[in-house]
Design a protein around this ligand. Structure first.
Ligand SMILES: [Zn+2]
Length: 121
């Protein structure tokens, strides 16, 4: 399926192809606890993902071991996706709350134990 997504104010837009989304993840790491988003279950391969096209609209937050870039809209502050990780992670993990026509709270949600991962914490 083709999914379209946007931040709250609409400045940042992105889209991706994926099988129909039936589940999401939350995470107990120190960052995810604070932002509270429902994440896509996995990483969407770069080949199936179209990021926002104006890089200057995006803020990026990199932390801890600097393995993942967390992107957010500079205008409304909403976290939109994680991507461009170094190492073995290809693709993007998205904030399902940004996806048009999707109710993230109606999905089957499971929890990632990010707090126990040495690279995250
Ligand atoms: Zn925005």
């Amino acid at each position: 399926m083709e999914y379209k997504a946007r931040c709250h104010c609409g400045r940042v837009r992105f889209s991706f192809r994926s099988p129909e989304i039936a589940s999401g993840r939350r995470c107990n790491c120190s960052l995810c606890l604070r932002r509270g988003a429902v994440l896509s279950s996995g990483y969407i391969p770069s080949a199936d993902f179209t990021p926002h096209h104006v890089a200057s609209d995006l803020g990026v937050y990199v932390w801890n071991e600097k393995v993942l870039n967390n992107y957010f809209c500079k205008s409304c502050g909403i976290f939109v996706y994680i991507g461009d990780g170094v190492g073995d992670k290809d693709g993007y993990r998205v904030n399902l709350g940004c996806v048009e026509g999707l109710d993230p709270l109606a999905l089957e949600i499971s929890v990632i134990d990010g707090a126990s991962l040495p690279m995250v914490g």
